[in-house]
Design a protein around this ligand. Structure first.
Ligand SMILES: NC(=O)C1=CN([C@@H]2O[C@H](COP(=O)(O)OP(=O)(O)OC[C@H]3O[C@@H](n4cnc5c(N)ncnc54)[C@H](OP(=O)(O)O)[C@@H]3O)[C@@H](O)[C@H]2O)C=CC1
Ligand SMILES: O=C(O)CCCC(=O)O
Length: 493
């Protein structure tokens, strides 16, 4: 195997599946190349798994569940805390691994390790606070309790845009609740996930409690279908696109699994006449250009009230035009390559379609750094896009800001909500009555009010409508991995 990735801790580069406490090749021996989106060079090869591997992993997780469930919460928390300590001790290497396979600038890769660690810490702390209810009985001679139990074996399926944070915020609460886990990372970014699992093994997690298998885009449906059909798998936690989320919901109906679905967004970002414009520009820059715009809570449609439209557009275009695009190996890069050519084609299609329908390019609008590879897009601001443009209806998932002018509050709320999605929304205003009205009217799971950076381990993250259901982070993120059992003891009179 050829690779030129040097890590301080070379043990972090794992290239096998981890099932029942052993690192194994795929049952059929197939492998899958992992390439650097910055230059398309091979980084490593990992197993390209099949339904056989999925079955072995499910057997292991099912066998390990009773003992892990019976492990006292404090002991589970201690293992998770050791995992946290190892993640933090390897922050630099993990950050480099993230940047290498995903493409984000190194500062963002390192920041993502801390972001992932914040969920691990949070759920280690929450593990020991799992409580139920003592219920006042309606009749004499009874005691009634509601207790919480782990749901069982959980399959977690994660995307490529946050290779550490997405898997950490699913695995940590699952382990805290007492569930055993089957993990399948995205084809593009399995290496960070494998490194995290290696650290969990080092932390002393018992064999079979956490299993991970890698698969290519072609093999993934067979792997996940095996888990969907398996009645022993009691929950699926998925972050990714809405069509795949709907497929999981349909197919898990046969065994009625519990589901957490964190799906696509189409976030509106609204700037009212009374906003602090500089704060609004800063908020938009932070929210939109994190991970090069490849984030499900990124603003996708920016609505600016007529009285401040030109001033806002000028300030924004100046800042966007100054963003530096480049690979993570360039220390001053702020926007990395897009994840793959599929993503690049979608972004360019959105720009071309908007321009064909009358939008004006204020800055960007094309590929850049083509001498390095095909995946670099110039950060782009478009003015005058119409509602008919594809980028108004679909998530662009790239560094493109379309600006729409509006006149009235009720008009912009209608447009903001005119989408099947409902993950995040943002608005900037200094009028307290408007803040209360607009926050209530927006149809979404997360609202940033004069704030562009909304995600935190202590907050419930998730959507409504076709952006899915379930919450990650906060105490609600732990509830999603448990069910309630009601105990009724009679004959006590
Ligand atoms: N909500 C969010 O955070 C995200 C939203 N998206 C949105 O989705 C668009 C497409 O991105 P993409 O990466 O294709 O997202 P997908 O939904 O295809 O991928 C997310 C995860 O689902 C897996 N997957 C794909 N097909 C199936 C299937 N049939 N059954 C079970 N699991 C499956 C993927 O595996 P594999 O990689 O092997 O295909 C990956 O692990 C983006 O442009 C963006 O709009 C994407 C990522 C995250
Ligand atoms: O884009 C995503 O996949 C959701 C994660 C973003 C966040 O946690 O802020």
């Amino acid at each position: 195997m050829q690779h030129d990735l040097t890590l301080h801790n070379s043990e972090l580069l794992r290239t096998r599946n981890f099932i029942a406490g052993t690192w194994r090749a795929a049952a059929g021996g197939a492998t899958l190349p992992v390439t650097d989106p910055a230059n398309q060079r091979l980084i490593a090869e990992v197993p390209d798994s099949s339904a056989d591997d999925a079955q072995q992993a499910a057997d292991a997780a099912y066998a390990a569940f009773p003992a892990w469930r019976a492990t006292p919460a404090k002991a589970r928390a201690q293992v998770i805390k050791r995992w946290l300590a190892l993640i933090l001790a390897n922050q630099d290497d993990l950050g480099r691994l993230i940047s290498r396979e995903q493409g984000k600038p190194l500062a963002e890769g390192r920041a993502e390790v801390l972001y992932a660690a914040s969920y691990v810490e949070w759920f280690a702390e929450e593990a020991v606070r799992i409580c139920g209810d003592v219920i006042a009985p309606p009749v004499v001679g009874r005691q009634m309790f509601a207790i919480k139990e782990p749901v069982g074996v959980v399959a977690v399926i994660t995307p490529w845009n946050f290779p550490a944070a997405m898997i950490a915020r699913k695995i940590a609460p699952a382990l805290a609740a007492g569930c055993s886990v089957l993990a399948k990372p995205a084809e593009d970014t399995p290496l960070t996930a494998l490194a995290l699992v290696h650290l969990a093994e080092q932390a002393g997690l018992p064999a079979g409690v956490l299993n991970i298998i890698c698969a290519s885009r072609a093999q993934t449906p067979a792997v996940v279908d095996a888990w969907l059909a398996d009645g022993r798998v009691r929950k699926i936690s998925f972050t990714g696109s809405t069509p795949v989320g709907k497929h999981l919901a349909r197919e898990s109906a046969a065994t009625l699994k519990k589901l957490s679905l964190e799906l696509g967004g189409n976030a509106p970002f609204i700037v009212f006449d009374d906003a602090d414009l500089d704060a609004a520009v800063q908020g938009l820059m932070a929210a939109k250009f994190r991970n090069g715009g490849q984030t499900c809570v990124c603003p996708n449609r920016v609505y600016v009230q007529a009285g401040v439209f030109e001033a806002f557009a000028d300030k924004l275009a100046a800042q966007v035009g100054a963003l530096r695009v480049g690979p993570a190996t360039e220390a001053d890069a702020q926007i990395g390559p897009m994840i793959n050519e599929r993503a690049v084609h979608k972004i360019l299609r959105h720009i071309d379609d908007a321009v064909a329908q009358g939008a004006k390019v204020l800055v960007g609008g094309h590929r850049v750094r083509e001498e390095l590879g095909p995946n670099y897009i110039a950060p782009t601001v478009l003015a005058g896009a119409t509602k008919a443009a594809a980028l108004c209806a679909e998530e662009t998932f790239g560094p493109v800001v379309p600006l729409f002018r509006f006149e009235q509050e009720d008009e912009v709320l209608r447009d903001a909500n005119d989408t099947p999605f409902g993950l995040a929304a943002y608005f900037y205003s200094q009028d307290v009555r408007r803040i209360a009205r607009v926050a209530s009217a927006l149809e979404c799971g997360i609202v940033g009010i004069n704030e562009g950076a909304v995600a935190a381990e202590a907050a419930p993250f998730g959507g409504v409508k076709e952006s899915g259901y379930g919450r990650e982070g906060s105490r609600h993120g732990l509830e999603d991995y448990m069910h309630i059992k009601y105990l009724c003891q009679g004959g006590l009179a």
